[in-house]
Structure formats: C-alpha cells, structure tokens
Design a protein around this ligand. Structure first.
Ligand code: HEC
Ligand code: HEC
Ligand code: HEC
Ligand code: HEC
Ligand code: HEC
Ligand code: HEC
Ligand code: HEC
Length: 309
C-alpha cells in the first residue's frame, strides 16, 4: 500500500537510516527524477537563466513582462511588470526535476502560491506557467496539498485562525524511500516485503481524476496505457518494474529492448528489427500529450502503430 504521507525521509535524498545499509541504492536514487520531484529553490535546483537578456520574458502585451533576478541576499526573485505597476516574489520551492520543465512556488502567510513564470527544458527558456493567460501578471494561484501527494514525501496542512497553513517545518520534499516503502520495520531482511510494482506506481501515474480525458493521456497515465496493451492483458505479471528500476536513472529507450525479447522472440516481429531502431521506437512511440501540449511522452500502450484500424 502506498503511504502518501510517510513519516521517514530527508529533504532531497534518501533518509539517512535507509542509506546507512542500502548505500548503493541510495546513491543511485538521489539522482532520479523522483528524488528531485520537489526541492528548495537554490542556484543548483532552479534551471532557468538569470543573466540578461535570457532572464526576461516578454508577453504579447506591450509594457507587460517578467524579469528573473538574483537578489543581493543571494536568493532568487521573479518580478512581473504591467505598465507602471510591478510585483516581486521570491522563488522558494521548485516542483519538477527539470527533465521537461519546472514550476516555482513562493510562501505567503503559511500558504504556497505558484509564480507566473515557469521553465521549459526543451527550449531552455522561461515560459508562461501552464494555463496562465499571455499578457497578464497573475500571482494568485494557490498550490493545494494535493500536488504534493504526488510530488513530495510529506506535506500537510493545519488550521490557522479562520484559514489553514502548511505544517512548514514538517514538510519533506522529494519522493523519498518511505513514500513507496512505507515504514520498514527497524530489523528486516530479504522477504520482509517489497512494494507492488503496479499499484504503487498507479497511485501517481494514473492521471488526475478531474482532468481525465476520454482516452488515457501519455502525460501522467502510464498505468492506463499499459493496461490497454495486449502485452499486459495476455501475460501474467507484466508491471512497471518489469522494465523500470526506480532506484536509478534509466533514460535510454534502447536499454529496454531486452525486456521485450524476454517475452518475445526477436523473430516474432515481421519487421526483422535491427539493433539500431530497437523495439521501443516503433512499438512505444513518442506521442504528443493532449493535456500538456508543449510536451511529447513515451506511449505506454505497447502496440503496432500506423496500422489502419
Ligand atoms: C508519489 C508519487 C509517485 C509514485 C508512487 C511513483 N511515481 Fe514515478 N514519478 C512521479 C513524479 C511526480 C514524476 C516526475 C518527477 C519530475 O520529473 O519532477 C515521476 C517520474 C517517473 C519516471 C521518469 C523518470 C525520469 O528519469 O524522468 C519514471 C520512469 C517513473 N516515475 C516510474 C515510476 C514507477 C515504475 C513507479 C512505481 C514503482 C513510480 N514511478 C511511482 C511520481 C510518482
Ligand atoms: C517510486 C517508488 C520507490 C521508491 C521512491 C523507492 N523504492 Fe525501493 N523498491 C520499489 C519497488 C516497487 C521495489 C520492488 C522491485 C521489484 O519487485 O523488483 C523496490 C525494491 C527495493 C529493495 C529490494 C531490492 C531490490 O532492488 O529489488 C530495496 C533494498 C529498496 N527498494 C530500497 C529502497 C531505498 C533505500 C530507497 C530510497 C533511497 C527506495 N527503495 C526508494 C519502489 C521504490
Ligand atoms: C540496519 C541496516 C538496514 C537499514 C537501516 C535498512 N535496511 Fe533494508 N535491508 C537490510 C538487509 C540486510 C536486507 C536484506 C539483504 C538485502 O536485500 O540487501 C534488507 C532488505 C530490504 C528490502 C528487501 C525486502 C525483501 O522482501 O526482499 C527492502 C525493500 C528494504 N530493505 C528497504 C529498506 C528501506 C526502505 C529502508 C529505510 C526505511 C531500509 N531498508 C533500511 C538492512 C537494512
Ligand atoms: C496524481 C499525481 C499528480 C498530481 C496530483 C500532480 N502531479 Fe504533477 N506530475 C505528475 C507526474 C506523474 C508527472 C510526470 C509526467 C508524466 O509522468 O507523464 C508530473 C509532472 C509535473 C511537472 C513537470 C512537468 C512535466 O511534465 O514533467 C510539474 C511542474 C508538475 N507536475 C506540477 C504539478 C502541480 C503544480 C500540481 C498541483 C496542481 C501537480 N503537479 C499535481 C503527477 C501528479
Ligand atoms: C511479460 C511479457 C511481455 C513483455 C515484457 C512484453 N510483451 Fe509484448 N506481448 C506479450 C503477450 C503475451 C502478447 C499477446 C500475444 C498474443 O496476442 O498472442 C503481446 C503482444 C505484443 C504485440 C502485439 C500487440 C497488438 O496490439 O496486437 C506487440 C507489438 C508487442 N507485444 C511488442 C512488445 C514490445 C515492443 C515489448 C517491449 C517494449 C513487449 N512487447 C514486452 C507479452 C509481453
Ligand atoms: C521499424 C519498426 C519496428 C521495429 C524496430 C520493431 N517492430 Fe515489431 N512490428 C512492427 C510492425 C509495423 C509490425 C506489424 C507487422 C505486420 O502487421 O505485418 C510489428 C509486429 C510485431 C509483433 C507481432 C504483432 C502481431 O500482430 O502479432 C511483435 C510481437 C513485435 N512486432 C515485437 C517486436 C519486438 C520484440 C521488437 C524488438 C526486438 C520489434 N517488434 C521491433 C514494427 C517494428
Ligand atoms: C515494456 C517496458 C515498460 C513498462 C512495462 C513500463 N515502462 Fe515506463 N518507460 C518505458 C520506456 C522504454 C520508456 C522511455 C525511457 C525514457 O525515455 O526515459 C519509459 C518511460 C517512462 C516514463 C517517463 C515518461 C516520458 O515520456 O518521459 C514514466 C513516467 C514511466 N515510464 C512510467 C511507467 C509506469 C508508471 C509504468 C507502469 C504502469 C511503466 N512505466 C511501465 C518502458 C516501460
């Protein structure tokens, strides 16, 4: 079972107690997208540029623009200018490892709000935060704990007067060991239990209920797509960890071909695939997301593509 608000964990990497014994796993894990899914904003974690002219984002409206700057206090700030009016807020937290993009949050009265400018990794540029209207300066979008259910190990809110606020001191950023493993008994050995390689993942990789489109989207719904594959339906035990080792960075699609031929003979494919193109390129192609239009994702519906239906 997934522990959405596990008690263990450190700011960005493995909790020290897991790392004491599982050293190699913890070291490899610290570099993964999960471990870095949310972090404090620092020179290292913010990927967008702060040097002119790349630190400025113009909008379609004349006189309305944003500037990203390093303050004299060594912290980072975002200023939105609309004619003669300006508003400046600090980068406090980063959401997104940066593989595709990052969004930034600032603290106000114990609550978190999104900054209007985000970072797009594909073009290495600042962009309007997704869903923000071009030509406007808007600092008011609150970030609910729901986001951290998938992007952090722990983030809870408590009542504060007539409002609520985050239990800021107890937040655990990044997706740590405990998020998937729960609280391991202090003494354990082989056979003490591993998380389920599909249910654990589907808690975060099955899309958002309120934005679920008629067909599973390649953004965030890998579980829905995998379940729609004949490979999944016709085999027993195919799940996410058949292909993924979440304890290390795995980015080369070719490296996954071995997983296909563990079940399929190389000769099963009438296309007589060569080494170079691999299985994944044709049967799990990159597809454009309908939810996040600027991005393409690896389709997890393993199938023959381009065939007439
Ligand atoms: C607590 C929510 C959560 C759980 C549980 C979870 N993931 Fe993720 N996963 C994410 C988020 C969020 C990202 C994107 C992180 C980022 O890039 O900022 C991600 C990214 C990934 C990536 C991309 C890695 C990369 O290098 O870019 C893979 C692969 C992945 N997850 C597989 C899995 C598998 C397999 C499981 C189950 C064993 C799993 N995830 C469980 C939330 C989760
Ligand atoms: C995104 C979910 C996720 C996170 C985060 C995660 N694990 Fe795992 N871990 C799994 C799953 C799923 C398995 C079972 C893999 C299998 O069945 O092959 C597993 C297996 C293991 C195993 C058993 C040996 C092995 O490789 O199969 C160890 C030890 C382990 N994890 C330690 C850790 C430590 C230490 C951390 C933090 C540094 C961590 N895990 C973070 C999901 C996760
Ligand atoms: C005192 C040392 C120690 C600590 C601390 C520790 N482990 Fe382990 N763990 C072991 C040993 C020893 C094994 C058995 C050999 C192996 O798989 O490496 C093991 C095995 C495991 C397994 C495999 C269980 C199975 O069914 O095969 C998982 C999963 C795991 N540990 C996760 C964790 C997580 C998560 C943490 C942190 C909360 C943690 N461990 C902390 C020593 C430790
Ligand atoms: C149900 C789990 C879930 C929730 C809730 C969720 N996300 Fe995500 N988010 C993901 C996953 C998974 C990814 C990685 C993309 C993928 O796997 O297709 C991601 C990616 C991202 C990214 C990086 C862009 C990208 O595509 O890589 C940002 C930024 C982000 N989410 C912000 C948010 C914010 C802000 C909220 C709250 C409004 C939120 N997320 C709520 C699961 C979730
Ligand atoms: C756990 C075993 C397993 C793995 C791993 C696996 N498959 Fe399959 N796959 C199957 C089974 C079983 C079928 C159904 C065969 C049938 O219908 O006779 C299938 C069907 C297919 C089909 C036909 C799909 C359709 O809609 O007609 C393709 C193409 C395919 N697999 C390619 C792949 C590729 C490429 C990979 C690696 C990315 C892969 N498979 C990984 C077991 C697996
Ligand atoms: C150049 C693109 C390409 C590559 C690379 C490729 N395939 Fe295929 N594969 C296809 C196409 C197209 C078909 C459908 C052929 C047809 O309908 O006659 C197919 C058919 C299949 C089928 C049979 C599906 C059915 O209808 O029963 C399987 C299984 C399969 N491929 C597995 C693989 C595996 C495993 C690899 C890697 C070793 C691979 N393919 C590499 C394009 C490719
Ligand atoms: C048959 C092998 C296979 C299985 C099973 C599989 N994946 Fe993947 N996955 C891949 C390949 C290949 C990639 C592309 C590698 C890359 O570019 O990072 C990938 C990429 C991803 C990514 C990064 C998405 C992107 O486009 O950047 C996420 C997230 C992910 N997988 C999650 C999952 C989850 C969750 C499951 C289980 C529901 C799962 N995968 C099952 C092969 C697989």
């Amino acid at each position: 079972m997934l522990i959405l608000f596990g008690a263990l964990g450190a700011a960005t990497a493995a909790p020290p107690d897991c790392a004491t014994c599982h050293r190699d796993i913890a070291r490899g894990f610290a570099r993964t997208a999960h471990a870095n899914a949310s972090r404090p904003a620092t020179a290292e974690s913010i990927l967008g540029p702060f040097d002119a002219p790349a630190n400025r984002l113009n909008t379609s409206k004349k006189g309305t623009y944003f500037v990203m700057e390093r303050g004299e206090d060594g912290r980072f700030y975002q200023t939105g200018v609309d004619g003669s009016r300006g508003r400046k807020e600090r980068f406090d937290l980063v959401i997104g490892s940066g593989r595709r993009g990052q969004s930034y949050l600032y603290w106000r009265d114990g609550l978190l709000f999104q900054l209007p400018v985000s970072y797009h990794a594909g073009t290495a540029r600042w962009i309007n935060s997704p869903g923000y209207e071009d030509g406007t300066v808007h600092f008011g979008r609150g970030i609910p704990p729901m986001c951290f259910g998938c992007h952090a190990t722990r983030a809870e809110i408590e009542p504060a007067g007539r409002s609520v606020r985050y239990r800021r001191e107890e937040m655990i950023l990044g997706i740590g060991c405990a998020k998937c493993h729960g609280e391991m008994p202090a003494q354990h050995a082989s056979g003490s239990g591993k998380p389920d390689g599909l249910k654990t993942c589907a808690a975060c990789h099955a899309g958002l209920a309120e934005e679920r489109p008629p067909a599973p989207d390649v953004h965030g719904d890998q579980a829905g797509l995998l379940r729609a594959s004949r490979c999944f339906q016709k085999s027993r035990g195919l799940n996410c960890v058949t292909c993924h080792d979440v304890h290390r960075v795995q980015r080369e699609p070719e490296a996954f071909n071995g997983r296909c031929v563990a079940c399929h003979e190389r000769t099963a494919c009438t296309k007589q695939p060569d080494r170079a193109s691999g299985c994944v390129g044709c049967h799990m192609p990159l597809e454009k997301s309908k939810l996040v239009e600027v991005q393409t994702y690896r389709s997890h519906r393993i199938a023959v593509y381009g065939r007439k239906k």
